[in-house]
Design a protein around this ligand. Structure first.
Ligand SMILES: [Zn+2]
Length: 424
């Protein structure tokens, strides 16, 4: 009996002892997730004209993954020797010529029929644009001494990118010398959970404003929460009443495809790697850096606030806590900055059970928020990939993801007065 057990265990122990970065990465992506919600609908007829495929493609390392992003594959899931995600038919047909093996493929309508849930019915608790707007206005109205609401700017379709400010002395867009922190959600339309987490954070801070620690942050920091930075994309994703797996904003491209990937549109090594120049690709970087009103609004906000110390951009899904560089296959050069990044990521990773890692260890992708904010203004900028095993994890996931990310956000607030205290 003992011998049998040992025989079974030894390979496992050996595997654990020799786990390399990729095994660790894979484990990071395999973290426990909520049970899949019951499917409420298998009707994916609204996707009949969508020529994207869900594919699984052989990819051995981050260099393969970076090249696949450039080829127009929107990588959603990563395993040790392959990745899965969405790609348009014409781009898929070119993968073989580029040396990639497509292991499986299915039209997005078939994929969706297996994964689809009704947004309004099943996920009614999620906030669409107008509900998000109302929730933020209500918070500002209910807490006038601590909160105020302003718009970072208008989107492609003219919606406001709302930003709630938490600061007991300054309101709206007036300058402040206090250390500032920016939390953002929903750069990608289909990542609705990120809007919920950011909203929950704002609510938590205001509902608990008498708590001494939170009161201290409200009295000494300049905190901004912009839960829905791509409201056009989020609305486009749900406007048929069925999820459409829409990642980008809703710019109409010259080829009539819809959208630019906002998290590839920042001016940091723009479109050099891990982003696609195919307008129809889900990782399309746009015609030029900051071509989109949404990224320009965030750029202008950051550049106007030299007091900004830290930034958290929520994405989903993978249970990861990422820091620069994303667009260079290297660590940030400044040793002190690197220590701050690593210390913060480790701490927030411990609080969320997300795997902390340099973003480019996943794949190299240029033009994202975090790289740009750090390169342009030295902001300690993070990307959290929230829980789940789907973009649509159901209502039950909100509370779970919010609870742990509020803990991490409170940590971030606690070190944003002077991030370099972590490097001393
Ligand atoms: Zn995302």
């Amino acid at each position: 009996m003992k011998k049998v057990l040992l025989t079974l265990l030894l390979p496992l122990l050996a595997a654990a002892a020799s786990a390399g970065p990729l095994d660790q990465l894979r484990r990071g992506l395999d973290l426990p997730s909520a049970p899949e919600p019951a499917l409420e609908s298998a009707d994916a007829s609204h996707l009949a004209g969508d020529d994207r495929y869900w594919v699984t493609v052989t990819a051995d390392d981050k260099y393969d993954r970076t090249a696949l992003l450039r080829s127009g594959l929107d990588i959603v899931e990563i395993e040790k020797n392959f990745v899965s995600g969405f790609i348009r038919l014409d781009a898929m047909e070119q993968l073989a010529a580029k040396g990639f093996i497509v292991r499986s493929r299915q039209p997005i309508a078939d994929y969706a029929a297996r994964h689809l849930k009704d947004f309004p019915a099943g996920d009614a608790v999620y906030h669409n644009y107008s509900e998000t707007t109302d929730a933020l206005k209500e918070l500002a109205a209910a807490h006038p001494a601590e909160a105020s609401l302003f718009s970072l700017g208008k989107t492609t379709e003219g919606r406001e990118i709302w930003c709630l400010r938490l600061n007991t002395s300054e309101k709206g867009e007036t300058p402040s010398t206090r250390p500032a922190v920016l939390f953002m959600g929903n750069h990608h339309g289909r990542e609705h959970l990120t809007n919920e987490v950011a909203l929950a954070l704002a609510r938590h801070l205001l509902a608990n404003k008498a708590d001494p620690a939170i009161r201290g942050y409200l009295d000494t920091l300049d905190v901004y929460v912009a839960p829905l930075t791509n409201p056009d994309g989020a609305e486009y994703d749900i406007k048929t009443g069925k999820y459409r797996w829409h990642r980008k904003n809703t710019r109409i491209n010259p080829d009539k495809s819809v959208g630019v990937d906002l998290n590839r549109n920042y001016d940091s090594l723009w479109c050099q790697a891990g982003a696609s120049q195919y307008a129809s690709a889900d990782t399309y970087c746009g015609p030029y850096a900051f071509s989109e009103p949404e990224t320009r609004a965030i750029r202008d906000f950051v550049l106007a606030r030299p007091n900004l110390k830290t930034l958290m951009s929520y994405h989903s899904y993978s249970s990861l806590l990422l820091y620069p560089w994303a667009g260079r296959d290297e660590d940030v050069a400044d040793a002190r900055d690197r220590k701050v990044f690593e210390t913060m990521a480790r701490a927030m990773g411990a609080l969320t059970a997300y795997r902390p890692q340099r973003a480019s260890d996943l794949y190299v992708a240029t033009g994202d928020t975090g790289d740009w904010a750090y390169a342009a203004r030295g902001v300690f900028a993070f990307t959290a990939e929230l829980d789940g095993s789907t973009f649509y994890p159901g209502a039950a996931m909100i509370e779970k993801a919010a609870a742990k990310n509020i803990k991490a956000a409170l940590y971030l607030l606690g070190v944003s007065d002077d991030p370099y205290k972590l490097a001393r």
